[in-house]
Design a protein around this ligand. Sequence first.
Ligand SMILES: [Zn+2]
Length: 347
Amino acid sequence: MLSTEAPSSELGPSTSIATLAEPEAETNVDVLTDFVERRTGLLFSAPPVIDYSAPDPSELNLDADFFADEEMWRLLTVFGLITPQADRIAAAQARIEQIRGACCPVQLYDTDDHPLLTSVVAVHELTHLVDEGRMEQMPFGPEDEVVGLARAVSEGNAQRVALDYQQLLEDIGAAPDRFVVGWSHPDIPDAFLQILEFPYEEGYLFSAQLEEIGGLDQVAESFRRPPLSSKQILDVDSYLSAERPTPVRPPDSGQGEPIQRGVVGAFLLKLLLEQTMSASAAVDLATQWSGDSYTVFDGEGDTCVVVDMVMESVEATEQLRRVAPDLDLDAATGENGSLRLSRCTSD
Ligand SMILES: [Zn+2]
């Protein structure tokens, strides 16, 4: 019998559940493995191995650019979401030091300070391990937004299983505050933190909603047909109806030398809107995003951005136009009914 299915009368210090709540969580890898297999509908190809004594993550020589990509940083800066003085490498380093687990192979860090949390991280990383095959099969499309869409599928699924496991521990008496992790750090600007958390938080909600709607088959489908935009992750109906973003041509930068091009997307739009409205109002408007294209360019020493954004309705376009001044954005009419937003920032 799976220990997690044991009737409560059987629970006691000698059962495996009680052992799980103790620091020796690594001795129960079979129980964790079982849980992950049931909550993903997948089977491990070989018995998983967990390294509980991995070196400190700061000694891994991880690439700062992976955590704080230069183009992402420039886009957040030009939109005024982070200050030009913020230190990108320091932010990446601070984030690297927060790492509690990695896969694959499964490695766990800081395992001494909280065994209960460590077991939840182990479940998260084991889910990555069992997902390896379908990640390899995933058809990766071009990702033009600063948030990772394939990562949101993968991290979202790992969080769905890990938070289920945490709930199970709470149900048998673990205090919820034992799982609280404070991610804020003086070197990590808030907008950057939100970008980092997107695959975990919004990805989790996406994965959990898919399971609620269509079970584990629907979750599996998200690996075969990953979302095409952050809007599809924020708005699961838009994913299910396979809504495609409206194609928009990159706006011309005039005399300025183009530095980078891409898509702002619904999630970054939501972060912008949150500066001037509530989070729920921001997500309501941001999920009426239909498509956009931006160009960042050198405007006589300033860094500037121009974006042509298409919303789903005239009303949404007008609402965005009205709030643009509050976001320090100039608004004009762009091509093909789009709203053209622009802003410059000095370094
Ligand atoms: Zn992960």
